[in-house]
Structure formats: structure tokens, C-alpha cells
Design a protein. Structure first.
Length: 131
């Protein structure tokens, strides 16, 4: 069986989608290909998201926000959107999930930790559904 590809999409690709991608890489290793992108990517990743992930031993500091491309969506088996609404492209035949998560942008580390932990639980469920 081919390796499934999961694409995480949020508006800025700086917080939620980067934490989700970090969790999925960490928990699934090379069993799942992980992509993330934003409909309007930020200049850099959210420092509070980097710090929150570093606390649990996952380094996402080297990631850069990327612009969402049709090609990334087309190659993905699962597209997980996080509050980008109509900006998220839709392709028939692709599995979509919308994760309602608080936006960590502009929040301190105390506000980002619970978002990080909620994302972990959702990523674990996702891995189980793809296994």
C-alpha cells in the first residue's frame, strides 16, 4: 500500500497547521507523508507554537510557512483545514476534515499549550483512521 499523504491547511501556516504537521511527523514517522500550507502564509512561524512544541521535544523551528498550492491538495489523501473557510480549495475524491481549533496567533505560551495538546489527540485519531 502506498504511503498516505496528509495536508494541514490554515490561513497563515504559522501555528495550528505547523503544530499538527510536527505532531504527525513525530507520531507516525515515515508511515505518512506530511504537508502543510496556508491560504495567506505568514512571514514566519509563530514563536509561541515553536516554544510549545519544543517543550514536548518536537522541533518545528526550521519550518517555513508555505503558500497553499493546487498540486499539494491534489496529491493529498486527506486535507485537514483549520479555520480557513472558503479559502480552502476543494477536490472531489479527497477526504476532508475541518478541525475547529482556537487560533494561537498573538497568544502567549499558556494559551498555546492546550491547543497543542488538543491537536495531539486529533492527530492520534487521524493516524488510527489511516492505519
Amino acid at each position: 500500500m502506498s504511503t498516505p499523504t496528509v495536508l494541514f491547511v490554515c490561513v497563515h501556516n504559522a501555528g495550528r497547521s505547523q503544530m499538527a504537521a510536527g505532531w504527525l511527523r513525530h507520531l507516525a514517522g515515515d508511515r505518512i507523508e506530511v504537508l502543510s500550507a496556508g491560504s495567506a502564509p505568514a512571514d514566519s512561524i509563530n514563536p509561541a507554537a515553536v516554544e510549545a512544541m519544543a517543550e514536548i521535544g518536537i522541533d518545528i523551528a526550521g519550518q517555513q510557512p508555505k503558500l497553499l498550492s493546487d498540486a499539494a491538495v491534489e496529491k493529498s489523501d486527506v486535507v485537514i483545514t483549520m479555520g480557513c473557510g472558503d479559502a480552502c480549495p476543494f477536490y472531489p475524491g479527497t477526504r476532508y476534515e475541518d478541525w475547529k481549533l482556537d487560533d494561537p496567533a498573538g497568544q502567549g505560551i499558556e494559551a498555546v499549550r492546550p491547543i497543542r495538546d488538543e491537536i495531539k489527540g486529533r492527530v492520534e485519531e487521524l493516524i488510527a483512521s489511516l492505519a
